[in-house]
Design a protein around this ligand. Structure first.
Ligand SMILES: [Zn+2]
Ligand SMILES: [Zn+2]
Ligand SMILES: [Zn+2]
Length: 389
């Protein structure tokens, strides 16, 4: 029994008791008056905003977390570790405070009853809550359609020993809340999933039908087998049409055993839901082909753009993190070059911008990166960017 928690009332999440937050020692929190239930957001002072994801004993968690948050960072860390004795899979990992928001690197608590926290609190290990979802964006590939190095090329970039100059085909993993979304499924998908240790995907968002963005779809079978369900694929009508044509065997009436199971969802304007995540499509032009970018919270991911209409620019103006393609130094018919990408960054005015879909003709990562404005960076494979709420 944890003092102050009503352990009798069922929580709306069905997984645990409703927890009544207890009065905290520090009066700055308005947590004491709030009822904790699944999905409740608790504004805490200083812009800290926590969300209860599953209410089991959440008052206990809230109290411990908020108390820890009120401490200075070094003490925060030790208080959190003391409160939750973290270990194993899931749970609260290292808390960091950034830009006035509490950012808890959490994974949903494992529900396997093996968590040390669960044993300590003595309840069913349901979970917990997250920090407010920050979106976590991981670049799985940042190369153009041929990748870098290019087969057979002996240029300075392709022969560079700098790991930043190795670029798989453009793709990104987006984690927000409990969901993991994949943007594009190119020919390096298998290697990318292994490298980033992705063991679950909730949905795949496709920007367009070019092979460097869809050639890995067959390998999504691994997730079909592991998750025992079809994979949700979101794209515009032309992209889904191409997927059906390219992977016709996955859509036959009588399927050969083991083919990928794909559930196609045409993307609707002005927003859609993928894996439970609210996504706003942004249309850009790739020469004359419409391509979709995606805005998820404070992050916008745009690739294979050459031009962008004013109204689409408005949809992403001022985002925290903008991902944009920047192919090379010379102009190209269907891609922004570096100069055009920088001009578009100026118009969109994000807090930070990361360039992707990079060709060996852009130059070496370190040299080009050094010429960019302070808030603009070349992305590289494996780069993780956290987007505050
Ligand atoms: Zn491409
Ligand atoms: Zn080269
Ligand atoms: Zn393309």
């Amino acid at each position: 029994m944890v003092a102050g928690i009503d352990e009798t009332a069922p929580c709306s999440c069905g997984l645990g008791p409703t927890a009544k937050p207890v009065a905290l020692q520090r009066p700055a929190l308005d947590l004491a008056e709030r009822e904790g239930s699944h999905g409740t957001r608790f504004p805490v002072r200083g812009g800290i905003d926590l969300q209860c994801r599953i209410a089991s004993r959440c008052a206990f968690l809230f109290r411990s977390l908020t108390e820890a948050l009120l401490c200075s960072p070094p003490e925060q860390e030790s208080r959190l570790s003391a409160a939750f004795s973290i270990g194993g899979e899931g749970g609260i990992r290292t808390p960091v405070t950034r830009e006035g928001k509490a950012v808890f690197k959490t994974a949903a608590f494992d529900r396997s009853a093996t968590s040390p926290w669960a044993a300590k609190v003595g309840c069913q290990p349901a979970t917990i809550f997250d920090h407010m979802p920050a979106v976590r964006l991981e670049f799985l590939g940042t190369g153009t359609s041929q990748g870098v190095p290019v087969i057979g090329c002996t240029c300075a970039v392709c022969t560079s020993s700098d790991p930043m100059d190795k670029r798989l085909r453009a793709s990104a993993l987006v984690r927000t809340g409990d969901a993991t979304l994949l943007i594009d499924a190119g020919p390096d998908l298998r290697q990318q999933m292994l490298r980033a240790r992705v063991d679950r995907l909730d949905a795949v968002l496709l920007t367009h039908e070019h092979m460097d963005h869809v050639a890995g779809i067959d390998d999504l079978r691994a997730f079909n087998f592991k998750q025992q369900r079809a994979m949700d694929i979101h794209g515009n009508a032309a992209t889904l049409h191409a997927v059906k044509r390219l992977y016709h065997y996955a859509f036959e009436e009588v399927k050969y055993p083991g083919v990928p199971e794909l559930r196609l969802h045409p993307i609707e304007q002005p927003a859609f839901t993928a894996g439970g995540v609210h996504v706003e499509p942004i249309e850009v032009m790739h020469d004359r082909m419409p391509v979709l970018g995606f805005r998820i919270g404070g992050m916008a991911y745009i690739t294979d753009a050459k031009t962008m209409a004013d109204e689409e620019i408005r949809k992403v103006q001022g985002v925290d993190v903008l991902v944009l393609n920047a192919l090379r130094l010379k102009p190209h018919a269907s891609h922004l070059n570096l100069e055009e990408a920088l001009l578009l960054v100026d118009r969109i005015a994000p807090k930070r911008a990361y360039f992707t879909h990079i060709s060996h003709l852009l130059g070496r990562h370190a040299e080009v990166g050094a010429t960019l404005p302070p808030n603009v960076h070349l992305a590289h494979d494996g780069l993780v960017v956290e987007v505050p709420a």
